[in-house]
Design a protein around this ligand. Structure first.
Ligand code: PRP
Ligand code: URA
Ligand code: MG
Length: 211
């Protein structure tokens, strides 16, 4: 498990407005969308390609294209949906699988309420998108599910990560071909398992209180 914090002034600028409690839902969704494209630029650095012969108006040359099997993008519902479009803008030929997961706000344990993706992910590169890596329970369960289906290379893109969650991932996914790309490693978690300073409940800020 490796972690990469994207250190870029535009990322920091957008993230600051995203954190601000005065930022309304439309602006929050737009900024999450913009941020994921910046994270994805770094997160797709190892995306697999194959050579392809083309002709420019001047001469034949060899370039690259994304190789097969195509990458799979997996948003973790709900909040991960707000990162899907931005990811698909960079990887338009990727396929999409869906994982619906929710964290019990009392026990902080994650559970899965919906799964819709190919049963065989052998040889597939997978990009998981979820804005928040807090205790790590959600992401660890999601990545174990992907690996049980044969995924051999998983990159998670998170807007924010807590050191506690990163430590859990390092312990639970030690030696696994997993990368986390985030725009900030925050201070930690509060007594309710929220990231500090964080941005609050990402799903609620995007879509409204779930109840
Ligand atoms: O690292 P963890 O402690 O597991 O917490 C992180 C999870 O919590 C949030 O989802 P939530 O359960 O609020 O669902 P939602 O996206 O539907 O709001 C967030 O989007 C992550 O999926
Ligand atoms: O800070 C947090 C932690 C978990 N889920 C969120 O949406 N925010
Ligand atoms: Mg939520």
């Amino acid at each position: 498990m490796r972690i990469h914090v994207v250190d870029h002034p535009l990322v920091a600028h957008k993230l600051t407005t995203l954190r601000d409690k005065r930022t309304d839902s439309p602006t929050f969704r737009r900024l999450a969308d913009e941020l994921v494209t910046l994270l994805a630029y770094e997160g797709t650095r190892d995306v697999r390609t194959e050579p392809v012969d083309i002709e420019t108006p001047v001469k034949p040359t060899t370039g690259v294209r994304l190789s097969h099997p195509r990458p799979l993008v997996v948003p973790i519902l709900r909040a991960g949906l707000g990162m899907l479009d931005g990811m698909m803008r960079l990887l338009p030929t990727a396929e999409v699988g869906f994982l619906g997961m929710v964290r019990d706000e009392e026990t902080l344990k994650a559970s899965t309420y919906s799964t819709r993706m190919p049963s065989d992910l052998s040889g597939r590169q997978v990009y998981v998108v979820d804005p928040m890596l807090a205790t790590g329970g959600t992401l660890v369960a999601a990545i174990k599910e992907l690996m049980s289906r044969g995924a051999d290379d998983v990159t998670a893109l998170c807007l924010l990560a807590a050191p506690e969650g990163v430590a859990v991932m390092e312990r639970e996914l030690a030696g696994a071909p997993v990368r986390v790309v985030t725009s900030s490693l925050d201070e930690g978690l509060n007594e309710y398992g929220y990231i500090v300073p964080g941005l609050g409940d990402a799903g609620d800020r995007m879509y409204g209180a779930a109840g």
